[in-house]
Design a protein around this ligand. Structure first.
Ligand code: IVH
Length: 676
């Protein structure tokens, strides 16, 4: 590189790093994954090492972080909050160890040098100041010298003691540690946020940092935050133990939480064994980590080693392979799940992340696609953490190419061509193909043959998958066309088991209407609802022709269930499957409909129930109205005769009042039932 090119490159790297520091530390909205940031820093460090004359005091390598934002009070750290150098390989770790051994002039090559070993927690660094045992101040790391006053927020974290235990603690004790959001809390938070259309967190670290930087402590209190303390800052009025591990033991005794996975190891071999052990258990830990940290355990030796600009010479972070990477979104396909839910799946330029090559990642649902504004051609951040399905977490908008295309929800199911519907208020779009859709077929078939449905013994999941994959069965009707010889010729099937299966299929044909309805796998129609439908209508034909309103008069059936049943039965593919099943000989005993007596005292009257009744369930109320010839429907109109309201009645009651429909509270309702 020519000298002028080097100068230009160094300046450009510094600019980029400054920009990303600002995004990360100040705005709390990083644009690139850590790996990419680390790469920029390392590139700059390498150049500065090669051309030391280019090092300036304002280089990002010469200081930590960026300036804190203005909304919070600023506090000055009496002792700077340092960062850690990283080792990304065994070789880099050995280099670190060698430097330690050389500086300490250890005789045996440091083979037995004790290191305190700890997981590198992936959260947000905080300082907690205890004065005479009481929590006085909480602060973020900020730029290492000045942080933000987040006392109001740290106080809301259960794991942060407001007062230390015992009486032998120092007058002034500043501890430092990591606030983090455990994996389970993070997943639950994001799941809820996705359902309610709120902003999701990109990763548990952002969740922790974002939660700490709320102006309203109430919001922080609602977040499942935790803390592990890993070092001390200012200590006045008492000596602390001689080793780092003993200091942590002591802090633990004073009521501060330290990481249970911490330990003491000897020399480089001990470090490497610790790394392997923690890496193997990483997925099962309840919190996110991105490596392990080794610290020379002796505090006297720590003092001897001292610091370089941003990090101690006595500690290093040994990082795991990155869980976030950049790649390009090549396309989006829609995968159809068991219930017909369409999941947008990102097709990616293959990228090595979290230890494997990833070329597909979930985009969850269309709300997420729109919120993240993901477009085909975009450079995206993919994350693969542990066993979790890889996901696209965000887009690098700066790198969007011209002509990047928006992602559109298909109008028809990509697998079977049936209509795709997305109900109001639902994040998920679904294929209406039901039994006809091959993606839903395997699961639907498994349900169809299950013990409490058609109860076909010997038709297991493996066999169903096999039969579906060779396209031998497409719908449940296909099961009844299977022949013994073809079954016998399948893998792992003999004459005997083929015959047994044929017998089981034959036997299953004699069933009940309730079992048959349940076996169809209509959404929201479980065993109880199927039984109510069968009892109410008595025969299949009346169910097939029942209106949504008719369905609503069945105990157990509300507006959502009624519309699901109707939608299923209106799909022509489903009707065809049903008639083919009957043609194949599936049969049951029909019975007298148990529908409302047309001549009861409440005949011709329609009722709507809302709120919670004290003396009876809604179904009981419905039964009693129907027994007297009345009809219970789901929504209020001018034609409704009565609205019965209980506790916490909602909009139906106000609508009734608006329309001038007669409303009855529970006592009035009881009286009506008594007198008719
Ligand atoms: S010690 C003087 N121990 O990593 C040493 N840091 O990359 C200061 N971190 O800002 C840090 N787990 O937020 C230490 N067991 C651990 C840690 C840890 C996570 C974070 C901490 C620090 C960053 C440096």
């Amino acid at each position: 590189m020519a000298a002028s090119d080097v100068v230009e490159k160094v300046e450009s790297l510094r600019e980029q790093i400054r920009h990303h520091n600002y995004r990360y530390h100040v705005l709390d909205a990083p644009e690139i994954p850590d790996v990419e940031y680390d790469r920029l820093v390392r590139e700059l460090q390498a150049l500065e090492a090669k051309y030391p004359e280019l090092v300036t005091p304002d280089s990002p390598t010469q200081r930590v972080g960026a300036k804190p934002i203005k909304a919070f009070g600023t506090i000055e750290h009496r002792l700077p909050m340092l960062s850690l150098d990283n080792a990304f390989s065994e070789e880099e770790l050995r280099d670190f160890h060698r430097r330690v051994v050389d500086r300490l002039e250890l005789e045996d090559g440091g083979e037995q040098l004790p290191y305190a070993a700890e997981p590198k927690l992936d959260g947000a660094a905080v300082s907690l100041l205890y004065v005479n045992g009481a929590l006085q101040q909480g602060a973020t790391r900020g730029d290492g010298t000045r942080g933000e006053d987040i006392t109001h927020n740290v106080r809301t974290i259960d794991a942060v003691p407001l007062r230390l235990i015992g009486s032998d603690y120092p007058e002034t004790l500043e501890v430092r540690g990591e606030v983090f959001m455990p994996k389970a809390g993070f997943e639950a938070y994001n799941k809820r946020a996705r359902e309610t259309g709120e902003k999701t967190f990109v990763n548990p670290r952002n969740a922790a940092a974002g939660s700490l930087r709320q102006l309203d402590p109430q919001l922080t209190a609602e977040r499942p935050l935790d803390i592990y303390v890993y070092s001390v800052g200012v200590v006045d009025g008492r000596e602390l133990p001689d080793s780092h591990s003993e200091v942590l033991d002591q802090l633990q005794e004073w009521g501060l939480k330290t990481c249970p996975e911490r330990g003491v190891v000897n020399g480089i071999d001990g470090c490497l064994a610790y790394y392997e052990d923690v890496a193997a258990r990483r997925a099962s830990l309840s919190y996110e980590i991105d490596g392990v940290v080794y610290k020379v355990n002796s505090r006297a030796e720590q003092r001897e080693l001292g610091f370089v600009s941003r990090a101690p010479r006595w500690a290093i972070a040994h990082k795991f392979p990155a869980q976030e990477e950049l790649t390009v979104l090549k396309g989006v396909e829609f995968q159809v799940g068991r219930t017909g839910a369409l999941t947008p799946v990102a097709r990616l330029a293959p990228v090595f992340v979290g230890g494997v090559t990833v070329s597909n990642a979930t985009l969850h649902n269309m709300d997420e696609v729109n919120r993240k504004d993901v477009r085909i051609g975009d450079t995206v951040i993919v994350r693969r953490a542990g066993d979790v399905i890889p996901e696209v977490v965000s887009v690098i908008k700066d790198r969007r190419p011209k002509g990047a295309r928006k992602v559109k929800l298909p109008a028809k199911c990509p697998v079977c061509g049936s209509a795709v519907v997305r109900e109001e208020g639902e994040a998920v779009a679904r294929c209406t193909g039901g039994l006809y859709c091959s993606a839903q077929r395997v699961e639907a078939l498994k349900h169809f043959v299950s013990r409490r449905a058609m109860d076909i013994d010997g038709l297991g999941a493996k066999l169903i998958e096999q039969l579906v994959s060779i396209e031998r069965i497409k719908t449940p009707a296909g099961i009844f066309a299977l022949e013994k010889d073809e079954l016998a010729s399948l893998e792992r099937m003999g004459e005997k088991s083929a015959q047994n299966l044929i017998d089981a299929i034959e036997k299953s044909k004699d069933t009940t209407l309730a079992r048959f309805l349940y076996s169809l796998g209509i959404r929201e129609v479980g065993e109880a609802t199927a039984a109510s439908l069968a009892a109410h209508f008595g025969g299949l034909d009346s169910i097939m022709s029942a209106s949504e309103e008719d369905l609503l008069s069945v105990a157990d059936v509300g507006p959502v269930v009624a519309s699901r049943i109707r939608a299923f039965l209106d799909e022509s593919h489903n009707r065809e499957v049903i008639s083919r099943l009957q043609d194949a000989g599936v049969q049951w005993q029909e019975s007298e409909p148990r529908s409302a007596p047309k001549d009861g005292p409440l005949a011709g009257k329609t009722f709507v129930l809302t709120g919670t009744l004290a003396a009876m369930t809604r179904d009981e109320a419905k039964d009693r109205i129907q027994a007297l010839g009345g009809k219970v429907i789901g929504s209020v109109s001018k034609k409704t005769d009565y609205v019965i309201f209980g506790e916490k009645a909602g909009s139906k009651l106000s609508k009734a009042q608006q329309l001038g429909v007669e409303t009855l509270d529970e006592t009035q309702f009881e009286a009506l039932l008594e007198h008719t």
